[in-house]
Design a protein around this ligand. Structure first.
Ligand SMILES: [Zn+2]
Length: 385
């Protein structure tokens, strides 16, 4: 696809939806995001941005884009992910890979979560290109947000990008978001010894041991709840969900191994490594006297909790510009990784999360102008003052 600065916003929205970029833990469904990264690079280059494409990993399939105009300290990062979740194509009433307008809405996979954010940035920045960028405007487009967040992790490990402020354009109905919980998913595997069920001394029962482990995890859950409560969240305490369990094979055999998977939704102030270590010590204390060995393994690297600085200038500005008070949300984002780089970070973008991750994903057309105004103001205040 050629880079053409005369492309309209509508054409660009169609283009980004058209360039499929599905992320999935299932390798058969997971696809490269190279086409959309290349497309965004060519479009931003045609507007005068300097572009750099950075591999997310060593697979050669996944990439991030940094596009910048202006230089020096300060400035603004506008960030988003280029991948989408998989889809059930048979449940869509429109072509998921074309932006289709119907009843004041624009439909397409990823239109609101969140490939549509990039054409909106371009539309907002175009009228400003004759001004001098006293501080940089940096666009960050990542890979794999919907699965491992590997794109944001890699970029953050490189210590980039750097700016005063960062806005991630996830669909929040243009409400500034100051907080979300973190998430970790873990497995506990207990290894005992199988044997004939008629004599318990012939083995070491991993299911019996798991019963004790679960009881202890439920105590730990209550301890976490008592320690971390924050009224900013709809569910104002951390949760620990026992998700699935597999063990044993037959009623008349002593269960030799048993595996439990669970997640923890972390409140701000809780840290993934600390929680993991506490669980490890507790489980070991429970099972060691039973002669059972234990393997603990994260099911993915986890996403930290996010909480914007109490005195965040960006929150104040975003509340003023949007007319909306900052809120918390129930989904995880790349926010913690950008915040970790020292940037005043919020989540705020067009569309609504309840329109994402489902058939007939859409963005209301009446979101577009308010979003453009907001982006224009954010860019002007940070970069052109
Ligand atoms: Zn998203």
């Amino acid at each position: 696809m050629s880079s053409d600065p005369t492309k309209t916003l509508r054409q660009q929205l169609d283009d980004v939806v058209n360039l499929a970029s599905i992320s999935s833990a299932n390798p058969a469904i997971d696809s490269s995001n190279k086409a959309i990264i290349d497309y965004l690079a060519s479009q931003f280059e045609s507007l005068g941005f300097s572009c750099e494409i950075i591999p997310s990993d060593n697979t050669g399939n996944k990439f991030n884009l940094l596009a910048s105009i202006g230089s020096g300290p300060g400035g603004l990062v506008l960030a988003g992910h280029t991948d989408t979740v998989p889809l059930n194509e048979e449940l869509w009433t429109v072509d998921p890979f074309h932006a289709t307008e119907r009843d004041g809405k624009l439909y397409g996979l990823g239109i609101t979560d969140m490939k549509g954010f990039f054409p909106l940035i371009m539309a907002a920045v175009k009228p400003l290109l004759n001004s001098k960028f006293r501080e940089p405007l940096i666009i960050l487009a990542t890979s794999d947000e919907e699965t491992s967040m590997q794109g944001a992790r890699t970029i953050a490990e490189l210590g980039r990008p750097k700016a005063r402020s960062a806005v991630i354009g996830e669909p929040t109905g243009l409400q500034p978001v100051r907080a979300h919980k973190g998430i970790m998913m873990e497995s506990i595997r207990l290894l005992g010894q199988s044997g004939h069920s008629s004599d318990p001394s012939l083995g070491r029962n991993a299911l019996d041991a798991m019963h004790k482990v679960i009881s202890d995890l439920m105590i730990y859950r209550e301890e976490l709840k008592a320690k971390y409560t924050n009224g900013l969240f709809e569910i104002p305490y951390p949760t620990l969900n026992l998700g699935c369990i597999h063990g044993g094979d037959n009623p008349n055999r002593i269960c030799g191994s048993c595996e439990l998977e669970f997640d923890v939704r972390l409140m701000p102030g809780m840290h993934i490594d600390t929680v993991r270590e506490e669980i490890k010590q507790r489980v070991q204390k429970v099972v060691t006297p039973l002669g059972i060995s234990v393997e603990l393994a994260p099911l993915f690297a986890g996403v930290p909790a996010f909480f914007a600085d109490e005195n965040s200038e960006l929150i104040k500005l975003a509340e003023e510009l949007s007319g909306n008070e900052a809120i918390s949300v129930a989904f995880g984002t790349e926010g913690p990784f950008l915040q970790h780089l020292g940037m005043d970070t919020i989540i705020m973008g067009p569309g609504n999360i309840d329109q994402a991750h489902q058939p007939d994903e859409y963005m209301s057309l009446d979101m577009i102008n308010p979003c453009l105004n907001l982006l224009t103001q954010l860019i002007t205040r940070h970069c052109l003052h």
